[in-house]
Design a binder for this molecule. Sequence first.
Ligand SMILES: *Cc1c(COP(=O)(O)O)cnc(C)c1O
Length: 362
Amino acid sequence: MANRAYNFNAGPAALPLEVLQKAQQEFVEFDNSGMSLMEMSHRGAIYEKVHYEAEKLLKELLGVPDGYKVLFVQGGASTQFAMIPMNLLRPGTKAAYVATGSWATKAIQEAKLFGETVVAASSEANAYKHIPAIGELNVPADAAYVHLTSNETIEGTQWSEYPDTGSIPLIGDLSSDILCRPINVSQFGMIYAGAQKNLGPSGVTIVIIREDLIAKPSLTVPTMLRYDTHAKADSLYNTPPTFAIYMAGEVLKWVKANGGAAGMEARNREKADLLYGTIDDSQGYYRGFAERGSRSLMNVTFRLATEELEKLFVKESEAQGFVGLKGHRSVGGLRASIYNAVPVESVRALEDFMRDFQQRNG
Ligand SMILES: *Cc1c(COP(=O)(O)O)cnc(C)c1O
């Protein structure tokens, strides 16, 4: 078997080994077709089966109710930052955002290009170390939607429950925590996620959108940037990223075989408890960045007393086979991303390393 690193990359990130091995088996010749999946038409029966199966599994695993469309689009979650206001922010309405950190800020900046935005709540004054309490949200009555970032990948914070925004559609960026736990899709008007953290390789972005939000498209939006274009064509309006969708489908099969969203949550809690437990047991040697009530199940962020020690931590960890533990360049520190596919064995190895490092450098 390949020599697998302890992969804590933030994205693109670890994929299940079983999925990689199955894809390898099917790589050169897919389904007795005499060619790889990448070499065949997206209009053919073989690809269509892959496409609709991935869509069906996503609906099943997330419990997507009737009345929603599941779309596969390109351009990453970052393109959704623009598509959302382009399609949904109409004249005379405002776009409300919860400012929780780096990704929420990028979403807000993009919306400002298209209309009036308001910040419904913010944790900026606390360096984005927490998720604002639901009761703090101040949403204007003429808001077209409320946008939140379910998991702030860089700061390592996560919503533990979502607000009820009544008749105003709630939009969630779930790029770094989709399928990490069960959610109630009907609380949202729209959910979106780039695939490369929890669902597969980069190149495909999932959009789940309530049908009434695409019923009256804004006709000045370019065709490819309109949700109704992709909804009407079952995400086959133009050539979709076929290989990325195939890989996402295989990851979804793996999620299903491992207990679905609830199985993922149990796995993720076990991993997160190991690392946060190590931080909390360290008597201040490791300092968790996020406040306890807002800690992420997916990205564990922490600091050491000095940047020198943090550099040493990264260097020694790399020498022992750990990858991706350096924090994002914008906030520094250390970060262990423990998405669905990261095995608990990798996390146990990291825990051992952290305890050992503290003993040697305490
Ligand atoms: C990674 C990430 C993005 C950006 O995704 P791209 O697909 O690279 O555009 C947006 N939001 C969150 C929460 C992310 O983690």
